[in-house]
Design a protein around this ligand. Structure first.
Ligand code: NI
Length: 226
């Protein structure tokens, strides 16, 4: 399931991110890629422990923790400290799959990558190309969102970033270990949560809402891995 999460960052926050990132020194993006991905990766990144990456990453983590749609869709247990990348001058990232378990030293722990996330920091009109291309059983999806918006997709999907032929595509990216490992179960819970929230708005006092909410929590209790 691909889920768009709008408005993680407001316009003034995006502007702050961009100004801060413009002053940072960027390195080779292959430093965080596994051997297969490194062969097809051609972009710039901030190192994981770069002070700018840490400062802005902390802001993103605080925003995610307060975002109801992100929480409902990802059911996060752990979020990998966000990284930042930059594609320009024809840079691209060919088809690859993300490493299943990632290690971070901030603080030292491992994260199973159930979900991959890209937070766009450039607006679509600022660059040509640079679509995130995600393959799933329903075909190929091309994603290019406004700055400040996030896409969440199963980390088990093959994906790529097409060459950026004009301007620069700047983004944050990270992974989520979900309390619900399986995409199919997480999707069921997300669909149920969305339906319950809609019913709460439209028929707020219907007695079945208590029962449905109970079913949601009992499924979460049965499936959650902490
Ligand atoms: Ni990837």
């Amino acid at each position: 399931m691909l889920v768009q999460v709008p408005d993680i960052l407001a316009a003034d926050e995006v502007a702050h991110f961009r100004a801060t990132l413009d002053r940072a020194e960027w390195g080779d993006g292959r430093s965080t890629a596994g051997p297969q991905a490194a062969q097809v990766k051609n972009n710039l990144q901030l190192s994981e422990d770069h002070p700018v990456a840490r400062e802005l990453g902390e802001i993103i983590l605080r925003k995610l923790a307060r975002h109801p749609l992100f929480t409902s869709a990802a059911l996060p247990l752990k979020v990998f400290p966000p990284l930042f990348n930059r594609y320009e001058g024809g840079a691209s990232f060919g088809m690859h799959i993300d490493t299943a378990v990632r290690y971070t030293s901030l603080p030292p722990h491992r994260v199973r990558t159930d979900l991959s996330a890209t937070l766009f920091l450039s607006d679509p009109q600022e660059y040509d190309g640079g679509e995130l291309t995600v393959e799933d059983t329903y075909g190929v999806h091309k994603v290019k969102l406004p700055a400040g918006h996030l896409i969440l997709y199963p980390a088990s999907s093959l994906h790529a970033v097409t060459p950026v032929t004009r301007g620069a595509r700047i983004a944050a990216f990270f992974w989520v270990q979900s309390m619900i490992r399986e995409d199919a179960r997480r999707t069921l819970l997300f669909d149920m949560d969305c339906a319950i929230q809609r019913l709460n708005r439209d028929v707020p006092n219907h007695p079945s809402l208590v029962q449905l909410t109970g079913v949601y929590h009992n499924l979460l209790r049965a499936w959650a891995e902490l």
